[in-house]
Every structure is written in C-alpha cells, then in structure tokens.
Design a protein around this ligand. Structure first.
Ligand code: K1U
Ligand code: ZN
Length: 174
C-alpha cells in the first residue's frame, strides 16, 4: 500500500467539485485504503480524495486520535441528509493548509448517508468532532476549504503565507 502525496493550497485542484463514485469496486477500495494509510501517517483525523489529486467523492475519517481501537470510516458518495440548527465552533486544521488553524462554526450534529468499503449503504448520526470532521471533508468534495468559512482578511493572510512558503520551496536547491 502506498502513501499518497497531499496537495497543498493554493492549488487549483483543491477548488474543483469531485465526481460521484459509480461503483465501489477494487479501484475505489484501494483508493480508500491508501487514503486511510496516508491520513494515519500525516497524521490527520480525516482526508478527502481531492486532497490526493483524485477527483472522486471519497472520504476517510478516524477521530479516535489513537485513543484505544481505531474507528476508521471509509465513505463513497457521502451526502448530508440533515444538519442541526445548533452550531459548534472548532479550531480546525487541514492537511492541505499545513500549520494554519482557525475557528470555524458549523452545525453541531449531522446525519450522513454513504456507501461503505463494501458498497453497502449506511447512515451515521455524527456529533462532536466527528460531525465537524465529516462536514470539513464533504466540503473538500465541493472544492471548499475551511478558510472559505472565515473572514476574507484571515483567509487572504493564510493563503498568502502558503503561497510564499510554496515559492520558497520551489527555489530550494534539489
Ligand atoms: O481534511 C483534512 O485536511 C484533515 C484534517 C481534518 C480536520 C481537522 C480538524 C477539524 C476538522 C477536520 C486534519 O486532520 S488536520 C490534523 C488534525 O486535526 C490532527 C492531527 C493529529 C492529531 C489530532 C488532530
Ligand atoms: Zn482539510
């Protein structure tokens, strides 16, 4: 199983809308498994396929943070069926915006339908960090990043810093 390179913003591929999975076949299962391995190695608590350059509606998440048993979710075509009116604020990070964090307000709970690793339809009622994480990952499938939920002033500061870091890395000798 391979670790996949994670795209870092600003990258136009992170702003594209991902396409639905037609069938959870071996290729999709392999993508899910490689994304999970990449997420654990990063380390992260979630990862969406567009972050590894695959424009498909696939997400993985595990918010257990190494406390006890792994609670890995592998999802194709996740759909939000319901979101609570109650909101929650979490200081979010993103593997595509390394070392940047901001408070983001989202619905505190969400009901999500998806296809699992075997292609079976499932529904989950997520709360707490899992609800935050899954909404963040489903945003990635629409080309939306957590910085799109904060003020344009804060967003531009973060994106400018990331662009500067990228330029200086490109100038580094090989
Ligand atoms: O989508 C991503 O880039 C992954 C992102 C998920 C996320 C984090 C926080 C709120 C919402 C969604 C991350 O995993 S960033 C890294 C992170 O949060 C973390 C890493 C190690 C241990 C605990 C948390
Ligand atoms: Zn992210």
């Amino acid at each position: 199983m391979a670790l996949l390179p994670i795209l870092v913003a600003p990258d136009p591929r992170l702003k594209l809308k991902a396409k639905p999975v037609e069938e959870v076949d071996e290729r999709v299962r392999r993508l899910m498994d490689e994304m999970a391995e990449t997420m654990y190695a990063a380390p992260g608590i979630g990862l969406a396929a567009p972050q590894v350059g695959a424009l498909l509606r696939v997400v993985v998440a595990d918010v257990s943070k190494g406390d006890g048993e792994r609670q890995l979710l592998r999802m194709a075509n996740p759909e939000i069926l319901w979101q609570s009116e109650e909101l929650a604020i979490y200081n979010e990070g993103c593997l595509s915006l390394p070392e940047h964090y901001a408070d983001v307000e989202r619905p505190a709970e969400a009901k999500i339908r998806y296809l699992d690793h075997e292609g079976k339809r499932q529904e989950i009622h997520a709360q707490g960090l899992l609800a935050t994480c899954l909404q963040h990952e489903i945003d990635h499938l629409e080309g939306t990043l957590f910085v799109d939920h904060i003020s344009s002033l804060k967003r531009n500061i973060i994106l400018r810093k990331l662009a500067k870091t990228k330029r200086s890395k490109e100038l580094e000798p090989a």
